[in-house]
Design a protein around this ligand. Structure first.
Ligand code: G1P
Length: 293
């Protein structure tokens, strides 16, 4: 039996400049897809995968995230006094479904640096990293974090979640080189390159914002020099980790939305609205009207 995966890390310190002006005073992780902040989808994913503690990486400018996860009993009681039981439960659940802890990243030195800031909070155990820009849905099946925990439980090794991307998108992601072909959706990682040009990319398998890491990653991060874009890259630390211990690449099942991108955000909003019984017919009618114009 390997150590159980009990913790997830969600980096949320970034400024979200792609969503200005909305993100001038509001954390980008609080922007909702219909009525649920993207961060809540990520927390729910982790909780469903068996995680008990969520470590949120924030900065001084992102204190509104703390307010979102704090228990507001006065507000709950007010809602209850108005007969709004469902609403009262919703805000209670946000604050109670997992233990939420905060780690501050005060300098924006890259994703690798952000993860290194959680070294003490994570300790000597495996953990999941969930990137907020990647919203991944696997309707009717295990969510992506659950799938990755299953691979970890079989192997005891780090697991990097990936999917094949279009050639024109290769240079946006960490790209994997494999030791062998994928079998049962997984293979051992031999190399990983951060945002390579298509001509030099080892494959089209891209890391899409889910990592299950053994604590050995922290030693690698401590020795990782600034890489692509002058930032300390998690990709570079994973590459050196893979030279010391097994790291699996796992081709996860699920539809991934890039909600860090404006178009991806709109796409997710439409798809999620269409999945909801209270909205589906209205949204479909609206789209039909638009098509008939
Ligand atoms: C980060 C990682 C990259 C990964 C991507 C997934 O890049 O550095 O390796 O493929 O997330 O979304 P970012 O999109 O933050 O620039």
């Amino acid at each position: 039996m390997y150590k159980r995966v009990r913790k997830a890390v969600i980096p949320a310190a970034g400024l979200g400049t792609r969503f200005l002006p909305a993100t001038k005073a509001l954390a980008k992780e609080m922007l909702p897809i219909v009525d649920i902040p993207t961060l809540d989808y990520q927390v729910n994913e982790a909780v469903r995968a068996g995680v008990e503690e969520i470590i949120l990486i924030i900065s001084k400018a992102k204190e509104d995230i703390k307010k979102h996860f704090s228990r507001e009993e006065e507000y709950e009681n007010y809602l209850l006094s108005k007969g709004k039981v469902e609403e009262a439960n919703i805000i209670k659940e946000i604050a109670t479904r997992a233990k939420i802890t905060y780690v501050y990243q005060n300098e924006m030195l890259g994703l690798g640096h952000a993860i290194l800031c959680t070294k003490e909070a994570v300790g000597n155990e495996p953990f999941i990293v969930i990137l907020g820009d990647d919203l991944i849905i696997n309707e009717g099946g295990d969510n992506v974090s659950t799938q990755m925990v299953k691979v970890y439980n079989e192997t005891g090794a780090s697991v990097i979640g990936c999917q094949e991307v279009l050639p024109e998108n290769v240079s946006k992601y960490g790209i994997m080189a494999l030791k062998s072909e994928l079998k049962d959706r997984k293979a051992l990682l031999s190399d990983m390159v951060e945002k390579p040009a298509l001509e030099v990319a080892p494959s089209r398998l891209a890391c899409l914002g889910r990592y299950l890491l053994t604590p050995g990653i922290f030693d690698e991060l401590e020795n990782t020099k600034p890489g692509k874009g002058g930032e300390i890259q998690l990709t570079d630390a994973i590459k050196t980790l893979a030279q010391k211990e097994d790291v699996y690449v796992y081709d996860f099942i699920g539809r991934r939305y890039d909600v860090g991108d404006k178009y991806g955000f709109v796409e997710a909003t439409i798809d999620f609205a269409l999945k909801r019984d209270d909205m589906r017919d209205k949204v479909l009618n609206h789209i039909k009207e638009l098509l008939n114009k």
